[in-house]
Design a protein around this ligand. Structure first.
Ligand code: SF4
Ligand code: FES
Length: 347
């Protein structure tokens, strides 16, 4: 089947969704996705971030689709033409969805452990407005303890249902889910039972925002000050392949390895995630690579860096010191050619 997205044509298998086809093409045409997760069956169709414009339905029926379509749950048809980032309607819709998601989401990135790897932060950076039009009170919830390893911040939840699907599909007994309806919907353990299943920690990795975070990493570090390494260990419960988030010699956090769409490559068990914080427990493979524009790269060098000697530094600083004195001390007269630049009398 042929599908064209933003003028780029690709051949795909029947049953491929528009979002999957866009990911095969890659680049700016890939719609953002806050609820779809390729490793979780039935995910998607909730957040509407991934809307696209179908300008030609198919070769057999070229009628454009009147409404914007959620690309994560819309299958491609042969000859379909789609506009993603090239459509003004789509860009407008993404702005509106971002604004809608931020209605109740607190702007607490400075104290949120997810900052720096938050999909909503990235979405807001790209499609959000600088000002809010929402003056009403945000929806808030009482804090709830859902166990020793996972911190729930319900106020930050965007109800993407990914964590519920992890619990349904990866663990044998789901003890949490979405309770209540509409504006009152919330993730809860229903019977306030701890989420202790051996794979429950994966809910932290799939949560696109800071609603579910790692209690063992809480407030320890901003993620961009950590240095992430690929590492593995022999584990009889999971693949044992992880990313270690190091600060010096200390392992501060263990997560599954995530791809460019922030989806885990393979789910890991709670033992690997929470109980092995000694570097001796791991075979460290090397630094983990991230997208070029990720803030995590601020402290992540995947190449050996040679020290740089700046020979002129001393003279530059001396020069600046002299200029500073001239600007702030009128007693030191300026040279005639300097007068115009420094506008003597005004400084
Ligand atoms: S807690 Fe996170 S993963 Fe679960 S529904 Fe809310 S936003 Fe989604
Ligand atoms: S990613 Fe498609 S609706 Fe959420």
């Amino acid at each position: 089947m042929k599908v064209t997205i933003d003028g780029q044509e690709i051949d795909v298998e029947p049953g491929t969704t528009i979002l999957q086809a866009a990911r095969m093409i890659g680049g700016e045409s890939v719609p953002p996705a806050m609820c779809y997760y390729s490793k979780l069956k039935g995910s998607g169709g909730k957040c509407r971030c991934c809307l696209v414009e179908v300008t030609k339905g198919s070769e057999a029926n070229p009628t454009p689709m009147p409404k914007l379509m959620a690309s994560c749950v819309t299958g491609v048809m042969d000859g379909m033409e789609v506009k993603s980032i090239t459509s003004e309607r789509v860009v407008d819709a993404r702005k509106s969805v971002t604004e809608f998601l931020l209605i109740n989401h607190p702007l607490d990135c400075p104290v949120c452990d997810q900052a720096g790897e938050c999909d909503l932060q990235n979405l807001s950076f790209k499609h959000g407005a600088a000002k809010t039009r929402f003056i009403e009170e945000k929806r808030t919830f009482e804090p709830e303890n859902i166990g020793p390893n996972i911190q729930l911040h319900m106020n930050r939840c965007i109800l993407c249902y990914r964590c519920v699907m992890v619990a349904d599909q990866l663990t044998d007994s789901r003890v949490h889910g979405v309770v209540n309806r509409g504006d009152h919907s919330q993730i809860s353990t229903c019977i306030s039972k701890a989420v202790t299943n051996e794979f429950s920690g994966n809910m932290i990795d799939v949560c696109p925002v800071g609603a579910l975070t790692d209690k063992t990493f809480r407030f320890k570090q901003r993620v961009w000050f950590n240095k992430p390494y690929n590492a593995h260990r022999d584990c009889d419960k999971c693949c044992g392949k992880t990313t270690l988030w190091m600060f010096g010699e200390e392992i501060q956090r263990v997560t599954a390895r995530k791809d460019e769409y922030h989806e885990v490559e393979e789910f890991i068990c709670n033992e690997c995630r929470f109980e092995h914080k000694d570097p001796k427990d791991w075979v460290i493979e090397g630094p983990r690579k991230f997208e070029k524009d990720s803030v995590i790269n601020a402290n992540n060098y995947t190449r050996k860096i040679e020290p740089v000697v700046i020979e002129t530094e001393k003279n530059i600083l001396l020069g600046r010191d002299r200029d500073r004195k001239k600007i702030s001390m009128p007693a030191i007269p300026l040279k005639p050619e300097e007068r115009e630049v420094f506008k003597e009398g005004n400084v």
